[in-house]
Design a protein around this ligand. Structure first.
Ligand code: NAP
Length: 283
């Protein structure tokens, strides 16, 4: 597995397994199959409500803890920032059955972001998490967070796929030492991604699927990817992307698919801030 080196020297696999929208009762089986397929980076969140099942799969795998890279996320606050962050972190750790997290992400750029970040810095300094980062931060908020705090986020996990490529955002993050990580790398299949003619034609040339082309394109851009699947054969397919390479022309034809807009929603839309920022049921 190829790694990326985060801004604090921690090594992170460039490809992992995401468990969003996997029901808790299916998660243990899926994570067990993903670990058997070779994934070592697991991406969960308090809000996914499947941390316990992820923890059970980790324990029963017998894989040494140091070989795994576990990410979980802090949901929007429901108490003063310090108290909320410390309590949510302990809850996640207990549910996962771990003694540390590899990457703890602030899930949404809402609420007392600065208070939460300072509490996350505390967890990082105590060694409870090997790295801290954010998700869904647009460049303005990311730069402001960096300028006004001690620890620069190691990662920003953002919607990134062929129809919303984030190349300028990636450049800015690179300049600040922040690793880009893609969520929704397949756009969850929107825009008929899996049958897209450009992606299909590239796949045919290499004898690869559209999913493999997309993951290869992300990896060649230096973007960490965390595809989700509940099917063992797709888990195997999605990790089998290290033995072929896209040409410069192929990378350019995928670059031309960028629409520059989200296929989901904009985190800067006041209606979404109200909706997501008001969900206080987890974490
Ligand atoms: P995604 O990985 O873009 O797409 C998942 C969809 O693709 C599922 O419907 C899956 O179906 C299908 N699929 C997977 N492999 C396939 C293949 N080889 N061929 C055809 N279809 C395939 O979507 P995502 O789960 O939203 O994003 C990935 C991860 O990013 C999440 O699991 C989560 O960890 C993270 N995430 C983070 C945020 C955030 O706010 N930070 C938001 C969203 C997601 P099957 O399962 O039926 O195979």
């Amino acid at each position: 597995m190829q790694n990326v080196r985060l801004n604090n020297g921690v090594e992170m696999p460039i490809l992992g397994f995401g468990v969003y929208q996997i029901p808790p009762e299916e998660t243990e089986r899926c994570v067990t199959e993903a670990l058997a397929a070779g994934y070592r980076l697991l991406d969960t969140a308090a809000a996914y409500q499947n941390e316990e099942a992820v923890g059970r799969a980790i324990r029963s795998s017998g894989i040494p803890r140091e070989e795994l890279f576990v990410t979980t996320k802090l949901w929007v606050q429901d108490a003063p920032a310090q108290e909320h962050t410390e309590r949510a972190f302990e809850t996640s750790l207990t549910k996962l059955g771990l003694d540390h997290i590899d990457l703890y992400l602030m899930h949404q750029p809402f609420g007392d972001v600065y208070g939460q970040w300072r509490a996350m810095e505390g967890l990082y300094r105590e060694g409870r998490t090997k790295a801290i980062g954010v998700a869904n931060f647009y460049p303005d908020r990311l730069v402001d967070l960096i300028l006004n705090n001690d620890v620069t986020p190691a990662v920003n996990q953002i919607e990134t796929h062929p129809f919303f490529q984030r190349t300028a955002d990636q450049e800015l993050m690179r300049a600040h030492g922040v690793q880009i990580q893609s969520w929704g790398g397949f756009a969850e299949g929107r825009n008929n991604l899996f049958t897209h003619p450009v992606l299909s034609a590239i796949g045919e040339k290499h004898g690869k699927s559209v999913a493999q082309v997309v993951l290869r394109w992300l990896i060649q851009r230096g973007v960490v990817a965390i595809p989700k699947s509940v099917r063992a054969e797709r888990m195997a397919e999605n990790i089998d992307v290290f033995a072929f390479e896209l040409t410069t022309d192929e990378m350019a034809s995928i670059a031309a698919l960028d629409t520059g807009a989200s296929l989901f929603f904009d985190h800067r839309d006041p209606a979404m801030v109200t909706r997501l920022g008001g969900v206080r049921t987890t974490g």
